[in-house]
Structure formats: structure tokens, C-alpha cells
Design a protein around this ligand. Structure first.
Ligand code: URA
Length: 239
């Protein structure tokens, strides 16, 4: 690959603005193959040079795909004036300015959230036409019955909104797994509300063919593996 100015290489990776990068270089925070970069005009081959920021390796990939175990109490947004967002929780080495959560989990919902800068994949994952199923575990304020399962299977109508037929499996008196491939606002809570049950806790366990990594505590994240990036769009479903 052709040699490029270090400030251009780094700004294309969205780790910081061009002026912030200049300041990082001036402060001696960037190294190329172990030597401190002194001027933003210095040129390197981004594919063959090991670049570090504060000793952390910078990896050059166009897209990042991050699985987060979103904790309760944090907003699924890129930024917010007052509240903490999922982007605020990213460790420094994974942070890039163009990352966004692919779809929203409510503030009080926890579980699998995909954070990426790949708009096309996010769009495909979210579109009901793509048939990418999302699996949730819902806890409710009342005992669930087979009639609730049948109502979900028939398709729920709630005011002027309708929801596609959904599979539900009762796993405890007031706990169920629910699988949906739409992503309407407050969808799972509204579906339960339509059968007279209030959701008291909600957790997303799976997107497409990828399950939430059980080793990730709430608030932690990791990059998706190559196969998981493919499987996230799989039509897999099953309770
Ligand atoms: N359905 C909801 O009601 N809330 C979520 O956060 C996700 C799905």
C-alpha cells in the first residue's frame, strides 16, 4: 500500500479528529514500529507498520463488530448530554468515533447489543425482511400460561399496532423466552402488555445465530469472531 501521512492514516480510523491526532503526535503518544512519531506529516505504510497509541496497538480495519453485554441503566445511543451511553462503556482500544449501537435496547433492558460502524450490516440485521431473529428472556409480573404462548403465536394486536407471530416458551412460572424478527419500539413489553402481563426484566440472549457470550459480565464487550460476523445475519431460530 502507498505511504500515507500519519495524521491521515489515524483520522481515517476515526480514533480522534485530525487536530486531536496532531496533538497526540506532538505529545509523543504515537509510535511507528517502536519509534516515536515526531511530526504529523511523516509517512508510513498502514498495512505493514505497527502503530501504537500510548503503547496500545492500533489495528486497521474498516469495520468493527463489538458484542456488548449491555447493563441496565445505560442508553443505547452514541452520545447523550446527561446519561451514560453504551459508547461511553467501550474500552479505549475499541473506541472509534463512527461506532453506533445497531438497534436499541431500552434503558432498563440488558443483554446482547451489537456495536459497529458497518451501516449496511446493521440495516440488514434490523430489517424484518432479513428474518434475523432476536431471542429475549422476559420476566413478568404474573404467571404465564399456554394461552399466552398461543396468543403470541397467532400474532399480537395492540391498539393500532400489530406484531408478527412470535414463538414463546415458558421456562419458569413468570419467565419466558420470546423470539422476534421485528424491532418495533418497546416491542416485547408491548406484546406482553397486550396479554395483560407487565415485563419486569428483559434480557436479549441471541441475535441471528450468535448467542451472548456468557463470560461477558454486564458492561463488558469483545469483538465478534469472523464466523460470528457471518452468523449474526443467519436466519437461525429455535427456542
Ligand atoms: N423489546 C422491548 O420492549 N424492549 C427492548 O429493549 C427490546 C425489545
Amino acid at each position: 500500500m502507498a505511504l500515507q501521512r500519519i495524521d491521515k492514516i489515524l483520522s481515517s480510523q476515526n480514533i480522534a479528529s485530525r487536530s486531536e491526532i496532531k496533538a497526540m503526535v506532538k505529545a509523543g503518544r504515537i509510535c511507528a514500529d517502536g519509534s516515536t512519531v515526531k511530526r504529523p506529516e511523516e509517512k508510513y505504510d498502514p498495512e505493514t507498520t505497527l502503530l501504537t497509541l500510548d503503547g496500545q496497538e492500533l489495528r486497521f480495519r474498516k469495520y468493527l463488530y463489538i458484542m456488548m453485554n449491555k447493563p441496565q441503566g445505560v442508553l443505547s445511543a452514541s452520545n447523550d448530554k446527561y446519561a451514560k451511553t453504551v459508547i461511553d462503556l467501550l474500552p479505549e482500544e475499541l473506541y472509534r468515533r463512527d461506532l453506533f449501537p445497531a438497534g436499541r435496547l431500552d434503558k432498563d433492558t440488558e443483554g446482547f447489543l451489537l456495536i459497529t460502524n458497518d451501516g449496511e450490516l446493521a440495516h440488514k440485521m434490523l430489517s424484518p425482511k432479513s428474518h434475523v431473529y432476536k431471542l429475549y428472556e422476559a420476566t413478568t409480573d404474573r404467571t404465564l400460561h399456554e394461552e399466552d404462548v398461543a396468543a403470541f403465536r397467532a400474532g399480537i394486536r395492540c391498539g393500532d399496532q400489530t406484531f408478527l407471530p412470535a414463538d414463546m416458551k415458558i421456562i419458569a412460572p413468570n419467565k419466558a423466552l420470546v423470539e422476534i424478527c421485528e424491532g418495533k419500539f418497546h416491542q416485547v413489553k408491548k406484546m406482553f402488555s397486550a396479554v395483560g402481563a407487565e415485563v419486569t426484566a428483559l434480557k436479549r440472549l441471541r441475535i441471528g445465530g450468535v448467542s451472548l457470550d456468557e463470560h461477558l459480565p454486564p458492561g463488558a464487550c469483545r469483538e465478534l469472531k469472523d464466523q460470528e460476523i457471518i452468523d449474526i445475519l443467519s436466519h437461525y431460530h429455535g427456542l
